[in-house]
Write a protein that binds this ligand. Sequence first.
Ligand code: XIL
Length: 328
Amino acid sequence: EAAAQPAARTRLPLGAAVRDDPLEKEADYRDAIIRHCSQIVGEGGLKWYDLRPSRERFVYDRPDRQLAFATANGMTLRGHTLVWYGAMPDWTKSISSAAEAEREMVGHIEQVMGRYRGRIKSWDVVNEAIPDEPASRSDIRPSIWQQRLGESHIALALRTAARVDPQAQLVINEYDIEFVGPRFRRKREAFLRLLRDLKLRNVPLHAVGLQGHLRAEIPIDKEGLSAFIAECQTMGLQVLVTELDVVDEKLPGPPEVRDILAASRVYDFLDAVRAGSPIDSILTWGITDRYTWVPLYFKRADGLENRPLPLDRDYRPKPMLRVIEHFL
Ligand code: XIL
């Protein structure tokens, strides 16, 4: 007899962001993750403010538990995220010189990636480097790293990551790349400019992460997106979908109808990505409508629940799940 497998589940490269509280306390939640996912990522835990309440102290409890859960269930854990303007603890505001910024950023990557070397195999090294409305193609979001070190902090972060864990998949993760409209086309162009520049200078970078926080009210720019993806493919970059969900703040209709419309947005998005290159993995930003960041930022005005994710609040599959599975 072969050793018993962890609970039967799909081997699709499907994943989800996990929340620590239900992961610990709710069997239904755990079961859903185990049934549907072959990879997870912490919704929090590896972010600076979670990991480093003070400059000296690194608190690894949450990511350690996430990794233990993943390993026990035959899944992998993705690392999110090392260099980001968001989720910064207050003490980082006092980083005042280029030398100090370099020391802090490089030291952080060494500590955190070093601890999980060989165990976390894919990292969002840089998250959300492009501003919402880039003033030019070379506009970079004014994070503390950008303010103190300039754009070279991105190459430095990637080179450091490659040195600390040469086997790890290094990812730049971005949002608002997929929509119709001049604002989003400009963001796509600025992102491409950065990627080209990194590749041209032989900076280690393996994949582009498309967050995929789709907006129900904005159509997907299928041509623009697949052309962008094809360019990434040409540069030798893999493509991951890292944070898929549908922000349904303004989506009208009864729940069953909204679920179909949301699923069709996901279809348009994944179809356009696949037109440009094979999709290596898809992670959603949560698994169930019961636990999602969307109502915190995009609460519906009509008081009805947001339904951004592949399972409803009672863990029943929605049309979105079928659509995602179709692309894997
Ligand atoms: C969000 C989490 O889901 C929230 O729980 C947290 O309060 C704020 O961050 N893009 C990202 C993620 O890269 O890290 C964000 O996660 C959602 C948007």
